[in-house]
Design a protein around this ligand. Sequence first.
Ligand SMILES: C[S@@+](CC[C@H](N)C(=O)[O-])C[C@H]1O[C@@H](n2cnc3c(N)ncnc32)[C@H](O)[C@@H]1O
Length: 180
Amino acid sequence: MVSSRRIARWREPGYHFIGRPWFVHESILKLEELIEPGWTVFEWGSGSSTLWLGADMMVASAISVEHDSDWYKKNRAELERYFVDTVELVLAELGGAYERYITHYPMEFFDLVLVDGRNRAACLAHALPHLKSGGLLVLDDADREQYRPGVTLLAGWESWAYVSQGGTYAGKTTGIWRKP
Ligand SMILES: C[S@@+](CC[C@H](N)C(=O)[O-])C[C@H]1O[C@@H](n2cnc3c(N)ncnc32)[C@H](O)[C@@H]1O
């Protein structure tokens, strides 16, 4: 299934597909159905997801926090290359600034939060008050034991779990939750 927004972009002269998040494939299809262009997004862990948000999903604005300076530079260059000016890529140190970066924003501010970097359980805990009611939280590798303290905080939320069925990543799970 392909969103009408993506089809519309494919029809634009000169457009070529850039990339997609490193999530379980079916979860990306679900997100492409759910994400709306007016959305404000926060992400931990930059990569092809960052470009996807800005260039393919065309969200109104996104903040992506990264701890690795080489990876930050690479992704920054990619955003410039594709003229994506709606995404702010931020370099922040692990152990405080990185995990707490979302607390600079108002409560109930973000429509979507992607947790796909370091220290995911701590990031997730900081994210919850800053996610709108009805907003979506995505945790990649939600099957990992060390993220369980974060997942526990989402008990009772509407959720979808997408599990990779085979190959190197068998069992890898991308979870999507909707805040009540
Ligand atoms: C799973 S990756 C994030 C992927 C991104 N959210 C996506 O879906 O495309 C998590 C972290 O890996 C780190 N990383 C560093 N070097 C990398 C590399 N060469 N390839 C992939 N990830 C790298 C980055 O710090 C990044 O935040």
